[in-house]
Design a protein around this ligand. Structure first.
Ligand SMILES: *Cc1c(COP(=O)(O)O)cnc(C)c1O
Length: 383
């Protein structure tokens, strides 16, 4: 117990302690705590699909038809036909021969990386890669080399020095970085992957549904669907639901079904979740205006803050306001909360030291009026 006490006291001292905060209700239009409504800048429900009537209906119909649980893991008897339809649809969406659904984005990364990469292999990964990627890498037992965020010279140097010492090599990156709101340098990553004979795995958790003409992600936007070997993603962000997936070659999926432990040893997703994910992919196709409006709003908000002299980053729907000090990030987020905004402070270890920030997630439902008012209320934090 001494270990626990020391840990908690250390975190408290450095303004790093986290705690849960139950909401009464949340919807794209706002989040409610103790009866009070806040404008929600903390949601990954970028397109507002979590409450979309088409997705609600898909869930209700699936519950009536299939019940609420899958009953078993997929390799036992929890494997429903609709999950295969979902996988076919993802494969088509990502222009890959095959896809595999995982129970969450976290479980996808954990299972994919630990199964594909082994002790004789090497992984090169971006410093800002998500914790689920890091955990997959650690679990794989591979040698790992971290390159500075989006620094292609650094990656080139590491590859030059280390690549030939190992059998297989992997480069793993997010396409949209969740804490900086920027994109990876995909064209250069593809060049390096080819130059050094590596496999490139990308995580499109924050990009799926938002970038590219068909909304399939940054890989599509950059015209590199064929060059990127494996595309991972999640239904838990812009698709408003839950679950993860991988798209790529058929033999890779055949292998993962037999080797990815997070896939094998977990009950299949509830049928309603699968049905909702199918409906969500339909909507991405049918309602492209959602992603267009979202990206325009995000650019509008970022530019307005920049004009007011704030240190903002990114080029996506994620707009981080960099404040540096942990206490300062908490102060600004607290002030915003008093004014009716839910925008969270993000502190180390989620972001590098001295780079604490308040992270604004823009969603489709944030109107220009809401964003204008938010900018002026952010300024009031400094009165
Ligand atoms: C959210 C996220 C995940 C995990 O997805 P879940 O479905 O929430 O488990 C994985 N990778 C990245 C980059 C993410 O942002």
């Amino acid at each position: 117990m001494e270990k626990i006490e020391n840990f908690l006291r250390e975190r408290e001292k450095n303004h790093l302690i986290r705690f849960l905060n139950p909401a009464d209700y949340r919807a794209p239009a706002g989040i409610f705590f103790n009866g009070k409504k806040y404008v929600d800048f903390s949601s990954n429900d970028y397109l507002g699909l979590s409450h979309h009537p088409a997705l609600r209906d898909a869930a209700k119909q699936a519950v009536d038809k299939f019940g609420v649980g899958a009953g078993a893991s997929r390799l036992l008897s929890g494997d429903l036909g609709i999950c295969h339809r979902l996988e076919e649809k993802i494969a088509e969406f990502k222009r890959k021969p095959q896809a595999l659904v995982f129970n969450s984005g976290y479980q996808a990364n954990l299972g994919i990386i630990s199964a594909l990469c082994g002790k004789d292999d090497v992984i090169f990964f971006d410093r800002l890669d998500h914790a689920s990627i890091i955990d997959g890498i650690v679990l794989s037992g591979s040698r790992m080399f971290r390159f500075a965020h989006n620094d292609m010279n650094h990656l080139d140097l590491l590859l030059k020095k280390e690549r030939r010492k190992f059998k297989e090599a992997f480069i793993i990156t997010e396409t949209v970085f969740s804490m900086d709101g920027d994109k990876c340098r995909l064209t250069e990553l593809v060049d390096l992957k080819e130059k050094y004979n590596c496999r490139l795995i990308v995580d499109e958790a924050h990009a799926t549904g938002i970038f590219g003409a068909r909304g399939s992600g940054v890989v599509e936007e950059m015209g590199l669907l064929e060059q990127v070997d494996l595309i991972m993603g999640a239904f838990s962000k812009a698709l408003g639901s839950f679950g993860g997936y991988l798209a790529g070659e058929k033999r890779v999926m055949d292998y993962l079904i037999n080797a990815a432990r997070s896939f094998i040893y977990s009950t299949a997703l509830p049928p309603a979740v699968i049905a909702v994910n199918l409906a969500g992919l339909d909507l991405i196709e049918k309602e492209p205006f959602r992603r267009r409006v979202l990206l325009e709003s995000a650019e509008y908000f970022r530019e307005k803050l920049r004009q007011k002299g704030f240190n903002v980053r990114g080029e996506t729907q994620i707009v981080p306001l960099i404040l540096g000090d942990n206490g300062e990030a908490l102060r600004v987020s607290g002030k915003l909360q008093e004014q009716g905004y839910w925008a969270r402070a993000v502190r180390p270890p989620t972001v590098p030291r001295r780079e604490a920030r308040v992270r604004f997630s823009i969603i489709y439902d944030h109107s220009k009026e809401i964003l204008d008012r938010a900018v002026s209320d952010i300024e009031k934090c400094y009165d």
